[in-house]
Design a protein around this ligand. Sequence first.
Ligand SMILES: [Zn+2]
Ligand SMILES: [Zn+2]
Length: 145
Amino acid sequence: MKCPNCNLDLVSAVRHKIVVQSCPSCKGMWFQRQELEELEDEAFDFGEHDKGTLVPSSVPTASKCPECGAPLRRFQYRFYDLQMEFCENQHGYWLENDEDTRVLELMRQEEKDMQRTLRVDDRWAATLRRMRSGSLLERLRERFH
Ligand SMILES: [Zn+2]
Ligand SMILES: [Zn+2]
């Protein structure tokens, strides 16, 4: 496989415990479809449905897929300010140097945000339970009558 930027042969490299094809010159990395998911799961396993939209929209580029030669499309990763490229034939994703580390950071942030949301949900559920419980209604009635 050739680097979409430099046209050099890609070599195997281990990035965050995942074997990817990397360019010795520009340090770009080719992640096969499931490898990007493995990378995300390395930071935080969301389960399939909660991760949301990976590719909201994309534009064509002049780079070519290392596997099939189709033009890669550039997209904004999960609505973050991180751009990467993907093969529209579902072969994989092209990440520039250290963009994989950025993915991990974003996933860790996402995990924190999600935990925060869950905690808020818990509090809200507890409030609702209290509101529905007879004792609170009794107290409210006493106060307003
Ligand atoms: Zn390169
Ligand atoms: Zn392809």
